[in-house]
Design a protein around this ligand. Structure first.
Ligand SMILES: Cc1cc2nc3c(=O)[nH]c(=O)nc-3n(C[C@H](O)[C@H](O)[C@H](O)COP(=O)(O)OP(=O)(O)OC[C@H]3O[C@@H](n4cnc5c(N)ncnc54)[C@H](O)[C@@H]3O)c2cc1C
Length: 367
């Protein structure tokens, strides 16, 4: 197996490297630096590389470094689908510490679902705004009595006079408090077998009858919410796929979720960020990175992440060769990636205490 890129990709890598050098140090003004959300309304100042998240998103799309193969008419770059170029972009961005594009349930899960299964009208209405960070989505799947056994969900929708009337409750809904839209599973055929009676609806979160209640967790953050629906009326055309066939649509969305959860380059970025912190922070005047027990653990972790990156290239190479089945390799990659990330975050907490639990966008305390 040859893990080197073919010569034609060398020029592309140089192009991406030049972009990274130009934008090194870009920072998001008054904003969460998290790739998930843009809470900023500030203007831009390219000279200082202080810009809004949405402006950054647009720059990435215009240059073909995000939404590369999504057609222009839906707000993408409109280029060819080249997995190797995507990998080169991700690895150069991670290497140079360039912020990733915005991500989240809308961009990573709903957009590919609509591209695959949405109507033309739905594609036109939602994809561009979502890709450009102007429309945030949340995922309404879990319910108090429907978690692992998702198909037992009970939130119901009845079609009355051209409107879906929704009643019920969702739980663990990440980012519902910031979202303009929810993709949601509801029961529309109560008489059908449980997997057959579900439909997939797109619900504007501003619709009367929706009540979002934050669930404060032990870090005092409200990442999750409960969402209650009381006679919420939305247009009939806000259904993706056919009535009662939402289970298949839901699974299409989940396939994209799995793919987005274990990005080896993002994991390596996290290692690099940790190394930077460990060079700065000290105990009794000794840099954390110089303490042998931490250093050994860090090097072992770095080696595992490097192996994880190489394995993802192996999966990619198999994918590009017709006839090779990569399903199992992909699942192993997802399993190993989540375990590795868990180990890495645990190490960050061991080394830095509660600071290790902070998200990228949390302000560090004054020193
Ligand atoms: C970070 C995070 C973000 C999330 N965001 C969202 C979101 O945005 N939208 C959303 O809809 N949901 C979200 N969820 C919810 C997630 O999808 C649910 O946690 C999941 O569906 C599990 O449901 P539950 O918590 O009710 O656990 P349960 O289903 O009650 O399971 C509890 C435990 O029992 C085990 N178990 C369950 N059934 C069986 C069985 N038959 N045999 C053996 N063991 C079993 C499970 O493995 C688990 O260990 C999020 C969860 C997390 C952790």
């Amino acid at each position: 197996m040859d893990l080197n890129f073919r010569p034609e990709y060398k020029d592309f890598r140089k192009e991406v490297e030049a972009f990274c050098n130009k934008w090194k140090g870009v920072y998001f003004k008054n904003a969460s630096n998290s790739p998930l959300l843009d809470l900023t309304s500030s203007g831009s100042n390219e000279g200082n590389k202080i810009i809004t998240r949405q402006k950054w998103q647009k720059i990435l799309i215009e240059n073909g470094y995000f939404a590369r193969s999504i057609p222009k008419e839906y707000g993408g770059f409109g280029g060819e689908n080249d997995e190797i170029k995507n990998r080169i972009i991700a690895s150069e961005f991670a290497y140079h510490g360039i912020p990733s594009p915005m991500s989240g349930q809308g961009i990573d899960m709903l957009v590919p679902t609509l591209l695959e299964l949405g109507t033309e009208e739905q594609k036109q209405k939602y994809i561009k705004k979502t890709l450009h960070g102007e429309m945030i989505w949340c995922q309404g799947y879990s319910e108090p009595n429907a978690g692992s056994d998702l198909a037992s969900l009970q939130t119901k929708a009845e079609l009355i006079d051209g409107k879906w009337i929704i009643n019920g409750q969702k739980i663990w809904t990440s980012t519902a408090q910031y979202s303009q839209m929810m993709f949601c599973l509801v029961r529309t055929e109560p008489e059908a077998k449980k997997h057959a009676g579900i439909s997939y609806l797109l619900i504007p979160m501003g619709t009367p009858g929706i009540d979002v209640r934050p669930l404060i967790d032990m870090t005092l953050k409200a990442g999750f919410n409960e969402v209650f629906f009381t006679d919420v009326a939305i247009p009939e055309e806000n259904i993706v796929g056919k009535r009662g066939e939402g289970w298949a649509v839901a699974n299409a969305t989940l396939t994209h979720e799995r793919g987005s959860l274990t990005n080896p380059n993002a994991t390596m970025s996290r290692v690099n960020a940790l190394i930077d912190r460990m060079k700065e922070d000290t105990i009794n005047g000794i840099r954390l990175i110089d303490i042998p027990v931490y250093r050994d653990k860090l090097i072992a972790l770095q080696a595992k992440v490097t192996a994880f990156q190489s394995n993802s290239l192996r999966v990619l190479s198999a994918k590009l060769n017709p006839g090779q089945d990569v399903k199992m390799a992909g699942m192993i990659q997802k399993y190993y990636g989540t375990e590795l990330r868990h180990e890495l975050e645990g190490f960050a907490v061991d080394v830095m205490g509660e600071l290790g639990t902070l998200y990228e966008d949390s302000p560090l305390p004054e020193r």
